[in-house]
Design a protein around this ligand. Structure first.
Ligand code: EPU
Length: 414
């Protein structure tokens, strides 16, 4: 990805459907007896791999514009091989979904960005509590259950993936499952709405306690993917650096409140109009401290984009990453471009600003780190070249066209 920096951005950018909702909604569709429709599906590579898995399981898929029409009438249960499972993190949602449907699932380990250890023992413990047996053979999970029985399950940590996965598995259980200390991210509400639309009874999605009644009669689900709160937040951050002004459309403000409050605190001016955020370049960004937390706290997925913003603040900021052990990889390249950041402990980064950034050759090592370099390239003097930019395209659909239509100069060369 080649970026010519320092172009002011104006006009409008529309936020796409949320990657982390869509990647859970597609596996959820296998729970329907016949047909489901998912609207507002983002144009990102993870979706293509999930469709390949659906087709392997004998589902018929029609992908028209941003809508997926799924027919799971002839669904079969097959092991999900490594070449598909490893393409993304979200392949693990087939564990819960197929376990509910067939009481057996065989799947190779999931993939995803290399941002830390990312264990899934909370998912596994949840399946076991419902009565499943989980074996690991080489690099495969084999999960079986004679029957699944609903139970009260307490999560050690409010994991997004485990909350969705156990909610899916609980659909195949007799009786009621209660998840305590569940994650509250909007993605969970999106998946629960889809299941309820198919006939499920779920109470409390979006709170710390979710009650799910088992139901193997789900069908005819229709759902719209929520707007992507991380994509929205990334464009708002870009607006704070280059907006003249930049209008970001299709935003659920409550989903990015932690970011909006932080931006207000550091002097960024924006206006909220209906589902849009209009943001102007901030000439005098104040330094601040940020700690990533589960929703509704400051999202880890916006930590790296925010780090680039803070390289332009008037003084020292501290960013504390509490979710992942390895989410500062972008800072090597930011420093190479002229930023002054230092990792002061395993989870803390100090950023000394303001610094003039200069275009350099850099590498996107993970999705949000790649976004942080893209933002750096947009504000840098000269030309920035980002290698391995495919990882950025995993989370930001049509990013080049969206930004270029607002005045950026970006191209992707093969
Ligand atoms: N964790 C455990 N044990 C578990 C599960 C999670 O220790 O069994 C820990 C993880 O190691 C991690 C933390 O809990 O430190 C967060 O994990 P969580 O399960 O909540 O996240 P996830 O389901 O793996 C999703 C998104 C991530 C996003 C997180 C947090 C998907 C496919 N991924 O991951 O998205 O960072 O929630 O909001 O939905 C991204 O989009 O760039 C991305 C990494």
């Amino acid at each position: 990805m080649i970026i010519n920096g320092k172009n002011p951005l104006s006009g409008e950018i529309k936020v796409s459907g949320a990657k982390n909702s869509a990647v859970a909604l597609i596996p959820t569709a296998v729970l329907a007896k016949t047909k489901t429709v998912i609207y507002n599906v983002p144009e990102i590579s993870d979706i293509e791999y999930l469709i390949q898995i659906m087709e392997m399981l004998n589902c018929k898929i029609e992908h028209k514009d941003e809508t997926l029409y799924i027919d799971s009438s002839n669904l079969i249960n097959k092991p999900i091989p490594e070449e598909l499972s490893v393409q993304m993190r979200a392949s693990y949602y087939y564990m819960g979904a197929l376990l509910a449907k067939f009481h057996r699932v065989e799947i190779s380990f999931p993939g995803g960005c290399n941002i830390g250890a990312r264990p899934i023992y909370i998912h596994i413990k949840g399946f076991e509590e419902l009565g499943a047996k989980v074996e690991i053979i080489k690099n495969r999970y084999i999960i079986t259950a004679e029957k699944l029985v609903g139970k009260k399950i307490y999560f050690d940590f409010p994991s997004v993936g485990a909350t969705i996965n156990v909610m899916l598995a609980a659909m195949g259980a007799e009786g009621t499952t209660v998840i305590e200390n569940a994650a509250m991210e909007p993605e969970i509400v999106n998946v629960a709405s889809f299941l309820m639309n198919m006939g499920a009874k779920i109470r409390g999605a979006g709170t710390k306690k979710i009650e799910i009644e088992g139901n193997n009669n789900l069908d005819n689900g229709i759902i719209e993917v929520f707007p992507d709160r991380i994509e929205a937040g990334t464009y708002v951050i870009i607006g704070a650096l280059l907006g003249s002004p930049l209008k970001i459309n299709g935003v659920i403000k409550e989903h990015i409140e932690a970011l909006l409050m932080k931006l207000k605190e550091i002097g960024v001016e924006y206006t909220l109009v209906k589902d849009s955020v209009i943001v102007n370049k901030c000439e005098n960004i104040k330094p601040t401290n940020i700690k990533t937390l589960v929703f509704p706290g400051f999202p880890t997925d916006l930590q790296q984009p925010m780090t680039t913003l803070l390289t332009q603040a008037q003084g020292k900021s501290i960013v504390e990453e509490t979710l992942y052990e390895n989410r500062f990889q972008n800072t090597y390249d930011l420093n190479n471009m002229g930023a002054l950041t230092s990792i002061i402990s395993m989870s803390k980064l100090e950023i000394d600003g303001p610094r003039v950034l200069k275009g350099k050759n850099v590498i996107a090592r993970d999705l949000r780190g790649g976004a942080s370099l893209l933002i750096a390239g947009l504000i840098a003097e000269g030309v920035t070249k980002i290698d391995n930019c495919e990882v950025i395209l995993r989370g930001y659909g049509d990013v080049v066209n969206k930004l270029n239509s607002a005045g950026a100069k970006i191209e992707i060369i093969e």
